[in-house]
Design a protein around this ligand. Structure first.
Ligand code: SF4
Length: 300
């Protein structure tokens, strides 16, 4: 846990010491936790290794989830890399496949790294691991990206609740996309200001995103949202690296997101009482799913 209560404080700290964001976050973590830098970095390396393992097992598997709502799309996406109709770059395709893979593994109840939550766990690994695979970014750079993402997520979490139930999907996939955008800028050599502009741009684009999971399961629309959010984070990172700035400072973006979360009706905050969860198709599925679940539980 760092002492930074705002992005403004973080930026001032970085500018005074000529630090990058990941260096500032690491220094704070050493001071606050009493652990050595080496021990902390080892832990981060393990998280990156788990993110890669989750992606690899997700891409290799076409097992459906227990509900049957998801599974196999990550594999399909990777196969599409070779298709002549594939107009997006290999980096973009990988980011989609890797985001899908992580959420599909989550739906299969397999091991993932929550980042910042399970429902938003696809974006950051998608960007980190796709950059390793397509741009040959070093593992050290990836670790610096994950620390940067973690620092962004931590400061956001001090200003608003990171859960769909509290503030809608903007607080999960939206914040994850900001973390991923900042991580990408860091990994590609951007400045601390550019990291924060990327995060702000990415988060404002997903501001107001509702949480409306079909049958209350973290699958539809969660899996495809995670498949897309890495690409949107990369687009925001590219804007920031090109010199595009967020007119609204990132602290104010986060505060606006928190305010929107409070204004959002209960039906759109993980209750499955609104949005996609209440479409005819979703309601028919939900009825079938709970009938089957009841029958199965009556057998015991
Ligand atoms: S829709 Fe809701 S449950 Fe699904 S990822 Fe977003 S916040 Fe999480």
């Amino acid at each position: 846990m760092s002492d930074f209560q705002s992005f403004d404080q973080l930026l001032t700290y970085c500018q005074e010491r000529q630090n990058s964001i990941w260096q500032a976050a690491l220094t704070q973590e050493v001071e606050d936790s009493g652990r050595t830098e080496e021990a902390i970095l080892n832990g981060i390396h393990q998280l990156v290794a788990q993110m890669r393992a989750t992606i690899e097992s997700g891409i290799a598997s076409d097992d459906p989830s227990m509900s049957g709502l998801s599974g196999g799309d990550a594999k399909r996406m990777m196969a599409f890399l070779q298709d002549s109709n594939c107009v997006l770059s290999p980096l973009n395709i990988r980011m989609m496949a890797y985001g899908l893979a992580t959420l599909e593994e989550n739906s299969r109840m397999r091991k993932i790294v929550a980042c910042p939550t399970a429902g938003g766990s696809g974006s950051v690994p998608a960007v980190l691991i796709a950059l390793e695979d397509e741009q040959k970014v070093s593992r050290e750079k990836t670790v610096s990206g994950l620390i940067t993402a973690g620092c962004i997520g931590e400061i956001v979490s001090k200003r608003m609740h990171l859960s769909g139930a509290a503030a809608g999907c903007q607080a999960e996939v939206g914040v994850a996309s900001g973390m991923a955008a900042g991580a990408m800028v860091e990994m590609l050599g951007g400045s601390p200001q550019q990291v924060l502009h990327a995060a702000a741009i990415s988060m404002q684009n997903l501001m107001g995103l509702v949480c409306d999971p079909v049958a209350g399961l973290v699958e539809v629309p969660c899996v495809v949202r995670n498949g897309l959010s890495g690409v949107q984070a990369a687009a925001a990172a590219t804007m920031a690296l090109a010199g595009v700035k967020s007119f609204i400072p990132i602290d104010e973006v986060v505060d606006a997101m928190a305010e929107i979360g409070k204004l959002m009706p209960r039906q759109l905050k993980e209750s499955a009482d609104g949005g996609l969860a209440q479409t005819p198709t979703a309601r028919a599925f939900t009825n079938r799913f709970f009938q089957m679940s009841n029958k199965a539980s009556n057998l015991y």
